[in-house]
Unconditional design. Sequence first.
Length: 150
Amino acid sequence: MSLGKETPQRLRMCFGASRKEEREVEADGAVPEKEERSKPNLMHPPPRRRSYVPPENLQSCLESHVREVFGPSVPEDWQQAPLQDKRLKHRLLARLATELGHTVPNSQLHRMRCAGDVLGFYRTPVKDSTKIDELTAAELPPNLKIIWQQ
């Protein structure tokens, strides 16, 4: 089967416009070059964790927040108050984060099943230093020195 000179024209008529015309149509609906080339805004990494020292009145503070958030449905032993309702759990943790300046990380939210778990989390002090920082600050023997190079 041989293709004659008329065959490409017949094919264009049957299948639509030429490739050049298709490219022109695609170019009209394309995103402008400036928008296409602009770099996406990158998120900054989260800041380093700040040190946290639990306050002296932590237990009474947490108990008052649990009683405010849960209302009359708080059991007699408030530490056994379940955190199954996601809205109440969020409300309690948000209030505590605001007041204490220390938030429960996402990786530990599933561990907060009752108010006692929240108390256990907020009782734990957090240091904002690495082992190297601790060694630098510690009294070292005279033959051991740590020098930071920047």
